[in-house]
Design a protein around this ligand. Structure first.
Ligand code: PLP
Length: 377
């Protein structure tokens, strides 16, 4: 077994795994929440083991080397120059959504959000007594697109920000330069703040990721970019993320919004993240090849299932599947009844849709897809 055999994953049942506990005791392959059935990079595990061996697990303080490793990774992988001072460690990206709304909005204010969307976007404004302003994406023959008319219609005098997800979960879209320019122009015109969740940036299967602020440098002072090693290296349980906030005033506001409520990232998480950013490049490249092959298998299977429709995006290990014409009232429950557990589109403000997580060993995916084919064939 090489250090990155993505066709091998230890049995996760009984480990308190959110993904595997959901249908515990049932013959259901869980392919829902976005964590992969994959070991973390060996270098990360070694570093964590050494820290555990030391045996003292006291409070930690973020090290300069943590921020520097993030900056080096962003420069190498995405051509983005970030100053270490711009990095704010966080215990999670979702935490950052809520801090952002709190930092820049007041009760009653509105936040634009492309729909369908990752569920915690739907609740973040409401958690602060603010409002989510839905911007339904358009679906064209070529894939999901920004609908400028929908964006204009959703924007009103109360609108404070755009809650942006790039690459986009669940559709897998990597927004093109032209689309980034259009989103940015809207923010300029309406004087909006921007939250750009780029947690999926490293998992681009076709093309490349361009950070929002690289496409719109003039908006950098109004933008909070959220980023993490958790999707990239399968480390979500380490609860470590960062906000990238070049503007010192905005950084202060953002930090103040979490004061007394939000802890920093903790020691094991930051150690895992720093190790991953410093050593994880080859592991990630191998993972991307594995995910591309898995995506090919999903594509080939779904091509045989006319009741399901899928327009593959360019990123993520998630397939966003249209089951509205499947003839089944509750496609997610129907899939579970056939032994495969997918995310239910209802949670993404898109009833009738399903999200399949293909970040798993090939054999697991084959079985999951056989079951899906039995359910919808
Ligand atoms: C777009 C997006 N943002 C944030 C998260 C979660 O981030 P965290 O676990 O750091 O809160 C996910 C997890 O799937 C996600 O897809």
């Amino acid at each position: 077994m090489t250090a990155w055999n993505f066709d091998h994953c230890p049995d996760r049942r009984g480990t308190g795994s959110m993904k595997w506990q959901r249908w515990a005791g049932q013959e259901v392959i869980p392919a829902w929440v976005a964590d992969m059935d994959a070991l973390a990079p060996a270098t990360v595990l070694e570093a964590l083991r050494a820290r555990i061996e030391h045996g003292v697990l006291g409070y930690s303080v973020p090290q300069r080397s943590f921020a520097e490793s993030a900056c080096a990774w962003l420069a190498t992988r995405h051509g983005w120059t970030v100053e270490p001072d711009a990095i704010v460690p966080l215990p999670g990206v979702v935490t950052g959504f809520n801090m952002f709304c709190r930092a820049i909005g007041a009760p009653g204010d509105g936040h634009l959000c492309p729909i369908p969307c990752y569920p915690p976007f739907l609740s973040a404004p409401g958690n602060q007594g603010q409002r989510l302003l839905r911007v339904d994406l358009a679906q064209e023959a070529s894939g999901w697109r920004l609908d400028q008319a929908a964006l204009d219609a959703a924007t009103d005098a109360t609108t404070r920000s755009l809650l942006f997800c790039h690459p986009h979960n669940p559709t897998g879209r990597v927004w093109t330069d032209a689309e980034l320019a259009a989103w940015a122009e809207h923010c300029r015109r309406h004087d909006l703040w921007v939250l750009s969740d780029e947690i999926w940036a490293d998992l681009v299967l076709d093309g490349r990721h361009r950070p929002f602020v690289c496409a719109a440098p003039d908006l950098a002072a109004r933008t909070v970019t959220l980023y993490a090693p958790s999707k990239t290296f399968n480390l979500p349980g380490l609860c470590c993320a960062i906000a990238i906030i070049p503007d010192a005033d905005l950084r202060k506001r953002f930090r103040a919004a979490g004061a007394g409520i939000v802890p920093s990232a903790e020691g094991l998480g930051m150690l895992g993240a720093e190790t991953a950013w410093r050593t994880g490049g080859p592991w990630l490249d191998a993972l991307l090849d594995h995910l591309r092959r898995n995506r090919d298998l999903v594509r080939a299977t779904l091509a045989r299932l006319p009741r399901l429709k899928w327009q593959p995006g360019q990123a993520t290990y998630l397939a966003w599947i249209d089951a509205q014409q499947s003839g089944v009232a509750d496609p997610a429950a129907h899939a579970v009844a056939h032994g495969v557990g997918l995310s239910d589109g209802r949670d993404f403000a898109a009833p009738g849709w399903l999200r399949l997580n293909f970040g798993c060993p090939r054999a697991t995916l084959e079985t999951a897809l056989e079951r899906l084919a039995r359910a919808f064939g």
